[in-house]
Design a binder for this molecule. Sequence first.
Ligand code: ZN
Length: 202
Amino acid sequence: MNTPSHAILNVALLSQISPSAGAIAFGAILPDLPIFGFYLWAKWIARLPEKTIWGEAYYAPVMQNIVAFFHSIPIAFLGWLMSWFFGWEIGQIIALSCILHSLEDFPVHNSDAHRHFFPLSDYRFISPVSYWDPKHYGSIAAAVELSLVAMATVWLFPRVELWWVRVVLVATNGLYGWGYYRFYGRYSSGVATRSRRVKKTL
Ligand SMILES: [Zn+2]
């Protein structure tokens, strides 16, 4: 699932049990942060071509283990347990939001499936559905994701007090709509887009 979707959906869902929207949003994007860090490093410091970044460098064992670590349900659960033990409520919320992120990724990753039970197991659930790949119902999954985010936004909008968060919410939905049209509109008309490659891992 796309990173901003995790943030919006998790805040809408977990705000039922905690008022700490910042902690929820942080936990929602935390599992994907190493991938952004890797991309910035690969693109601007190592200056690798796009094809090498997602075709080779991303699959280096060290990178795969970092991604698996941050998408691991047992590790996030351990984080929750330790936070609970030490009475750190914010830590518990961050960990819960990380777990929810993995549960949201679980059904919509195909060739880019994460190892959600790392380090206990290297099992990857290869879902028949991909959140982006048109060969695996990507256009339907993306439409569902976009709709869920839009519904969560409608629910959140009147409850959000900070004006800039409202701007970010509206901008994200606008970008999603535009991206969907560009990506799947073009794909269905047979024009290959580079964005397919960039979108593949989050
Ligand atoms: Zn993810």
